[in-house]
Design a protein around this ligand. Structure first.
Ligand code: ZN
Length: 319
């Protein structure tokens, strides 16, 4: 292994770039493997697999020393750097699922969903990682193409910069050569999905999101989204009289019913196909709530109504 002690010349991180993407681009600059860089920073190379989720806390500091890039910016290249906005905390605990998904109630009445303890669980962290990418973003960069953290998470459907859907990439995230030869045809993103994704990008970029009656903290937005996903996936026996309303939202989203595995799982545990359907149905529910075509039975549906009915944010207010 050839290791470098200092990296005086390195590519700057791209906006929204995942840590593994940036490290790979640095490694290519020095003709090394990314694992060699991780080892050179004093970490076991096997930990490189978790670079985009929860890398060791000291890694960002070591990288900052080598590159001069702000440590907070490096932390934000991994899911753990978005605590407590996007995730609750970096150490999973048995109560995290309930805390994250049951703080709000939008479609279903408060207290109707069964208490579930899922451990280990981290919001938006897929158990079966899948890569998607924006064809335009890839086409406008040079190899090794940077890829974004958001493309690795079951949280968005599109690239709001280019207004197209993210496309599945079935090979390694670090190698888009197949798209250089035969790029996918970009598909325009429907307005309903774009509206939700634009808010998510706004949350990541500014820490605030504009809802119909008020601005809310990014943490509120992500928990509202995750709440609606959970409600749309609640077994119909638990929904009781609200079951027909839940099925109606799925039909409005373009699906004859809730498709996918019969056994309940958290959003993060499903296949990418099911996760994308969950996101489409969630965007549809939000559009229906905001156009008053749907009256949510939970008190926090007020977040999607005009100012006079605005809901108090709770613990994620401020900062
Ligand atoms: Zn793009």
């Amino acid at each position: 292994m050839t290791a470098v002690r200092r990296w005086p010349v390195h590519p700057a991180p791209a906006p929204g770039e995942a840590l593994s993407s940036w490290l790979r681009r640095i490694a290519v600059r020095y003709d090394l493997h990314p694992e060699d860089l991780v080892a050179d920073l004093g970490f076991w190379p096997g930990r490189a697999a978790g670079l985009d989720t929860c890398p060791p806390e000291r890694l960002a500091h070591e990288l900052s020393k080598r590159t001069g890039v702000d440590v907070q910016r490096i932390r934000r290249m991994s899911l753990s750097g978005w605590s407590p906005w996007l995730i609750e905390q970096t150490e999973p605990d048995p109560g995290m699922f309930a805390k994250y998904t049951r703080h709000f109630s939008v479609l279903l009445p408060e207290g109707k969903r069964r208490v579930r303890e899922i451990y280990p669980w981290m919001p938006w962290c897929p158990t079966r990682p899948a890569v998607r990418a924006c064809p335009h973003c890839i086409a406008t960069t040079t190899p090794p193409h940077p890829y974004q953290l958001l493309w690795l998470l079951p949280l968005t459907l599109s690239c709001p910069v280019h207004g197209c859907l993210l496309e599945r990439w079935t090979k390694s995230a670090s190698y888009f050569a197949g798209w250089e030869r035969r790029p996918p045809t970009p598909r325009p993103v429907p307005a309903t999905l774009l509206a939700m994704d634009t808010r998510t990008w706004q949350a990541m970029a500014t820490g605030r999101v504009q809802l119909p009656g008020q601005q809310v903290h990014a943490g509120t937005w992500f928990r509202l989204m995750r709440t609606i996903i959970d409600e749309l996936g609640t077994p119909l026996t638990e929904c009781r009289t609200a079951g027909r309303m839940i099925m109606w939202v799925w039909k409005e989203a373009g699906y004859p019913g809730r498709l996918g595995p019969l056994k309940w799982q958290p959003h993060e545990g499903y296949s990418i196909d099911s996760q994308l359907r969950n996101l489409e149905a969630t965007a549809t529910a939000i559009q229906l709530l905001e156009s008053n075509a749907l009256i949510g039975r939970g008190p926090d549906s007020a977040f999607f109504r005009a100012a006079s009915n605005a809901r108090v944010e709770g613990p994620y207010k401020g900062s």
